[in-house]
Design a protein around this ligand. Structure first.
Ligand code: PEP
Ligand code: MG
Length: 888
């Protein structure tokens, strides 16, 4: 018999923290807290395997599930002294989702389940508070109808708002029990009207409806989008947690809140959180009421006059604080907690590793190592490499003039400017048009994920530091100002106003997620300096990493940035990229369009000094570090003149007629330029190109060697080789030029010649090709293109569909297809080394900056990865984590 259900609570549990694959993160941690003897309301977890079963069996359940759920419910009833569905002593439960990794806002929660027209009375009598009971019931109808029955929650809000304005009431807490009874009738009427059947009164029907809704929400569009963005496989499934209710809305001695054991924005070691008196969980995150600070310190810092939990409920606070310390030490990580205080008694509802900004992740990792909680190596594993991107975000120049229109909460760091848009669809469309936008919303919801992704930053007028907007923006590394209550957002007229000023949709604003300020117009930004914790952690990472990290750079500026970020050489200098600048393109076009060798040589002679100077500068910047220069690899279509003006320009320079040149250009057009006359094929046809480039490289090496006093050993790389003979032919041109330059200058030259491996044939024939190559660099952009037979330039139009239809988990041009393209990399590496055991191997496709792909490169034993300058720190950390993983 398969076990589908696991109980927890009352100081024991069937599960434990290490069962998160089966129980989901929330379920596993509830079990662990129970095992630790912490006050956890009893409950049970329906496993993720049920979710998988559900989708494998046409959305049905295993036969024995029902009996197991009944048994688990009875156990919860026994602990609480209640019974589910009982009219006198009813057990009420919450139903929540919980996948292996937390997916904030993605899944839905139902509270107060089990209430109906009868049980509500029993609950009210027992609590001696009918208002509380009816408040809970109306919440349940609202939530259940929204999440399970699909009735839009705005329709309920409207009924509520209308009641409040008719009776001149400000807050929900001013509504009386009798009022709620009337409102509940209207709520039920609304449901019946919308659905053609009454709101379900049978608690069991309610429960199975909620369980089905949790499983159903696993496959919603928004959940699928989130999974795609976070590389979460869809077969993981979600668990369902059913837990006895405890009530934060039982009057003034009850409360509910969320907290982090350390500050999730800055990493500061201080309990940090928010709570609301007489409220239920969703009130805190929904941002309907503005929450209060948990600690006195935070309250004072925020300048708030409303009391802290520490002051208001000192006993519950003290117990909570000690549980926080205990959980942090137990999990050896910063925890994100949810709690409820019911009539003065503290209950823990959740603990999990807290999401944090990159800045906080660094600080917490470095601090915890200093506190002895973690080893330095463990600290290295605690920062997600991709998150370092956040640290590279700009901040507002302190010298810049700030025209501040309003401010809100500093919810996610970084600053950004963009046009105001009010909907996520507008944001996405603007992004598609190449415009930068700030998404401005009263509050965000999971439906806004795509818009948040498309915008530079997010501004909301409602909600706290743990609101949806704040949590999701931090996860995305986007600047966010939340809860800017002084900003009035008018969706209908497309305006925002504050302090007597009004801005329109399309106007540019800047938000500063570090200070919470909202500024008019675009503001000067500063690039961040990487120091302190960053340097410390990177130092530890560099100490454990095996692979080197190089950069892909072709301009002196890029090379300098990369070196500052810790690049240990250049792994790919794409020489054709140097050809687009200024006047050069004319000479390049002349070279390509010449019909004679003589003509080509004349054009190449113009390019030589420019190339030599560029190379010399790069060698000087990279002094002492290896530099790999790739010979020309232009898909010709990128270089051919297109407009009449361009044609006339080149024709003039070459002294031929525009018509003749146009004819030649047409004759060079290819059906499939990416598979056409490019790479070494061009060098085979026109050896003079390789000769000019080799000369520029050698002369620059001599020049830079003299200038810096450090001899330069250039690595010359031949692109798109498929046949050993191609490489041999180009090699002969390079070697002849080396001999010539040595003879002319009397200097001796040391250099290496290698090849890119970017065609399946090159990988398969690596043993043969290695006879002529001193190094290989895997060009996985082309290797992905040629292995899949998918055009790099056309993939975008259909790869998205492949991902949503589940054919591909990830875009293979972003993260290496390890089983297909990766297999060729592995074969190429093994076969290359079978010929030349000490052969240097690297990767220089975009995958060289992708953490998962870097992990793969470690397993194949590559010597280095090479990536764009801004990804160098990410690659350093990812390479360190890969090395640590390889040790275990
Ligand atoms: C590659 O193909 O992976 C590569 C690095 O070369 P390019 O992107 O310039 O074709
Ligand atoms: Mg390539």
């Amino acid at each position: 018999m398969t076990r589908w259900v696991y109980n927890f609570g009352n100081g024991t549990a069937d599960g434990a923290a290490d069962m998160r694959n089966l129980l989901g993160g929330k379920g596993a941690n509830l079990a662990e807290m129970s095992n630790l003897g912490l006050p956890v309301p009893p409950g049970f977890t329906i496993t993720t395997e049920v979710c998988t079963w559900y989708y494998d069996h046409d959305k049905s359940y295993p036969d024995d599930l029902k009996a197991q759920v009944e048994e688990a419910l009875a156990k919860v009833g026994a602990v609480t002294g209640r019974k589910f569905g009982d009219l006198k002593n009813p057990l009420l439960v919450s139903v929540r989702s919980g996948a292996r990794v937390s997916m904030p806002g993605m899944m839905d929660t139902v509270l107060n389940l089990g209430l109906n027209d009868e049980t509500v009375k029993a609950i009210g009598e027992e609590a001696g508070d009918m208002r509380f009971a009816y408040d809970s019931y109306r919440r349940f109808i609202q939530m259940y109808s929204d999440v399970v029955l699909g009735v839009d929650h705005h329709e309920f809000e409207e009924i509520l708002e209308e009641h409040k304005s008719r009776n001149d009431l400000g807050l929900d807490t001013e509504i009386t029990a009798e009022d709620w009874v009337g409102i509940i009738d209207k709520f039920k009427g609304l449901v019946e009207n919308d659905l053609g059947k009454p709101f379900p009164q049978d608690p069991h029907e309610q429960l199975w409806g909620a369980i089905g809704a949790v499983f159903g929400s696993w496959m919603t569009h928004r959940a699928q989008t989130y999974r795609r963005l976070h590389d979460i496989p869809s077969d993981w499934g979600t668990a369902v947690n059913v837990q006895a209710m405890v009530f934060g809305n039982m009057g003034e001695t009850s409360a509910t809140g969320v907290a982090f054991t350390r500050n999730p924005s800055t990493g500061e070691k201080a309990l940090y959180g928010e709570f609301l008196v007489n409220a239920q969980g969703e009130d805190v995150v929904a941002g309907i009421r503005t929450p209060q600070d948990i600690t006195e310190k935070a309250r004072i810092e925020a300048g708030s006059t409303r009391p802290s939990l520490e002051n208001l409920m000192p006993e519950a606070f003290a117990e909570f604080q000690s549980i926080c310390d205990r959980l942090e030490a137990h999990y050896r990580d910063m925890q994100d907690l949810e709690f409820t205080i019911e009539k003065g008694k503290l209950w823990m509802l959740q603990t999990r590793s807290g999401k944090r900004t990159a800045k906080a992740a660094l600080k917490i990792a470095v601090d915890m190592a200093a506190e002895g909680l973690l080893s330095e190596e463990e600290a290295v594993t605690r920062v997600e490499p991709g998150a370092l991107d956040q640290l590279l975000h700009p901040t507002i120049d302190p010298k810049a003039k700030r025209d501040i229109i309003a401010s809100g909460l500093p919810a996610s760091p970084g600053a950004a400017s963009g046009e105001i848009v009010f909907t996520s669809d507008e944001a996405e469309q603007a992004k598609g048009d190449g415009r930068k936008v700030i998404l401005v919303r009263v509050e965000t919801s999971p439906e806004d994920i795509h818009g948040m992704h498309a915008s530079e930053g997010i501004l909301t007028s409602r909600g706290g530091m743990t609101s949806h907007a704040a949590v999701v923006a931090r996860g995305m590394g986007k600047p966010c100002v939340a809860g800017a209550g002084m900003v009035r957002i008018d969706y209908r007229n497309g305006t925002i106003s504050a302090g007597g000023r009004t801005l329109n949709k399309g106007d540019v604003i800047t938000i500063d997620g570090a200070s919470g300020q909202i500024l008019v117009g675009e503001v000067d930004m500063l690039q961040p300096a990487l120091s302190g914790d960053f340097g410390t952690l990177m130092g530890w990472a560099d100490g454990v990493r095996r692979m080197k990290v190089r950069t892909n750079a072709e301009t002196p500026a890029d090379a300098k940035v990369a070196r500052d970020f810790g690049a240990e050489g250049i792994g790919l200098c794409r020489t054709e990229h140097m050809f687009f600048e200024g006047e050069r393109i004319i000479a390049v076009r002349e070279m390509i369009l010449s019909e004679t060798e003589e003509g080509r040589r004349a054009a190449l002679a113009k390019l030589l000094p420019m190339q030599r100077q560029d190379f010399a500068e790069i060698f000087e910047i990279m002094k002492g570090l290896p530099v790999t220069i790739r010979l020309l690899d232009p898909p010709l279509h990128e270089f051919l003149p297109k407009s009449d003006e361009e044609v006339a320009e080149v024709a003039g320079s070459m002294g031929v007629s525009a018509e003749k040149l146009q004819e030649r250009a047409h004759s060079l057009e290819e059906f499939n330029p990416m598979l056409g006359h490019r790479g070494c094929r061009l060098l085979v046809s026109y050896p003079e190109i390789a000769e000019m480039q080799a000369r520029a490289i050698f002369e620059a090496a001599i020049q830079a060697g003299k200038a810096t006093g450090a001899p330069v050993v250039p690595e010359i790389m031949v692109p798109l080789v498929g046949l050993k003979g191609e490489l041999d032919m180009v090699r002969a041109s390079i070697e002849a030029m080396a001999a010539a330059v040595q003879a002319e200058t009397g200097e001796s030259l040391t250099y290496q010649i290698g090849t890119m491996v970017e065609l399946p044939r090159a990988a398969l024939q690596a043993a043969e090709i290695a006879k002529s190559a001193e190094f290989f660099s895997f060009g996985t952009n082309d290797l992905t293109q040629t292995t899949f037979g998918i055009s790099r330039d056309d993939a975008a139009s259909f790869l998205g569909t492949y991902q949503t239809k589940g054919l591909l988990e990830q875009d293979p041009f972003v993260s290496l297809d390890q089983t297909g393209v990766g297999e060729l990399v592995k074969i190429g590496a093994e076969r290359g080394r079978s010929t030349r055991p000490d052969m240097k191997l690297g990767i220089c496709g975009e995958h060289g900056g992708d953490p998962a792909s870097i992990g793969f490169c470690e397993t194949v034993g590559l010597d280095y990865v090479s990536c764009s300058p801004f990804r160098v720190p990410i690659a350093r950390l990812a390479a360190a984590q890969a090395a640590l993983k390889a040790r275990t």
